[in-house]
Design a protein around this ligand. Structure first.
Ligand code: UDP
Ligand code: MG
Length: 318
């Protein structure tokens, strides 16, 4: 039996790019079906992430024109990571494999074939890795690469230059559904699930139309989430710095008392130490905040609409 592939595509205000890329997704799926690598029951699942433009009606129209297109809609905008999660969790019981990919055509759609080949060779996880980032601005490239290095320093296992373009088998998704955390950083969590993995290199292109939804503030917030939801090293570092500063304070105080030296820039010193104190409190607060969100265990996504009937999902073959 050929595996059923579900391509999970998060979409937020993508009315400009969807008409272009939907056809490319369909061509790729049809090619793989023709080559008998995947089942004809394979689907492209668009996840509308609370778009304010005509994205959802476009998805509904696509679903009417070709049976390979289906769509779900989140009840409101929840962000890229939650949109991908909603799609993956929806697809896990209907498919044998999923590939998550952005809808803007930046990630080379034709790399899916190599991913499927790698799955057929026995890999449960196949990471898409950007072979070059020429089309990214210097700033984006620099911040992204520094981010991977900082993550590695913090002991978080991530695949270098891999974003959210990846193939996952339903076996991995079943296990992954047990990870209930609200603070989502998928590319840090998937390696924790384990299983046989492989990488496929692809070239990252320019967006085909529309604009990026990842301004610097969102990028920083994702980076911060990535570190604090997967590593407790920052807390340890704060403790370590605290111990060193306290030791320096004690020794310095003793020396100045014994030798009668007055410190002229004492005000700056006070400022500096108060600042460091606040940073420490902030870091700890960040983790407390995360715990607060986790204990509430609110749903991570709510699907409000589907282009198909959920009960009728006897699609899966192998
Ligand atoms: N996206 C989403 N919800 C959001 C923001 C983005 O589902 O709140 C989707 C978006 O439609 C795209 C993908 O996430 O398919 C990546 O976003 P974008 O291309 O804007 O980010 P960039 O590639 O510039 O980092
Ligand atoms: Mg993009």
């Amino acid at each position: 039996m050929k595996p059923v592939l579900y391509v999970v595509v998060p979409c937020y205000n993508e009315e400009k790019v969807l008409p272009i890329t939907s056809q490319l997704f369909l061509d790729e799926i049809n090619l793989l079906i023709e080559k008998e690598k995947i089942s004809p029951n394979s689907r492209i699942m668009f996840v509308n992430d609370g778009s304010r433009d005509s994205t959802w009606s476009l998805i509904e129209k696509l679903a009417e024109t070709d049976e390979h297109f289906i769509g779900i809609s989140q009840s409101r905008n929840r962000g890229h990571q939650n949109a991908v999660l909603a799609g993956l969790m929806e697809a896990k019981d209907m498919s044998d494999i999923t590939i998550s990919i952005d809808c803007d055509g930046q990630d080379d759609i034709t790399a899916m074939e190599k991913m499927v080949d790698s799955y057929l060779e026995g890999h449960d996880v196949v990471y898409g890795v950007r072979s070059k980032r020429d089309t990214d601005t210097f700033f984006k490239r620099f911040t992204a690469e520094s981010f991977y290095k900082i993550l590695a320093l913090m002991g978080v296992e991530v695949v270098f230059n891999h974003a959210d373009y990846r193939l996952l088998s339903s076996r991995v998704l079943q296990e992954f559904s047990e990870y209930k955390e609200v603070n989502l950083f998928l590319r840090g969590l998937i390696p924790l699930v384990g299983f046989e993995s492989d990488t496929v290199a692809y070239e990252r292109n320019e967006r085909m139309a529309g604009e990026s939804h990842y301004p610097l503030s969102k990028m920083l917030s994702l980076a911060f989430d990535g570190i604090t939801s997967l590593s407790i090293k920052p807390i340890r570092m704060v403790l370590f710095i605290g111990i060193i500063l306290a030791a320096v304070g004690c020794l310095g105080g003793l020396v100045s008392l014994m030798c009668g030296v007055s410190i002229p820039f004492i005000c700056f010193v006070v400022c500096l130490f108060t600042g460091i104190n606040l940073i420490g409190l902030g870091v700890v607060g960040e983790y407390v905040g995360k715990i607060y969100m986790e204990v509430k265990a609110r749903p991570r996504y709510i699907i409000s609409r589907r282009t198909y009937d959920k009960t009728n999902d006897e699609n899966k073959e192998g």
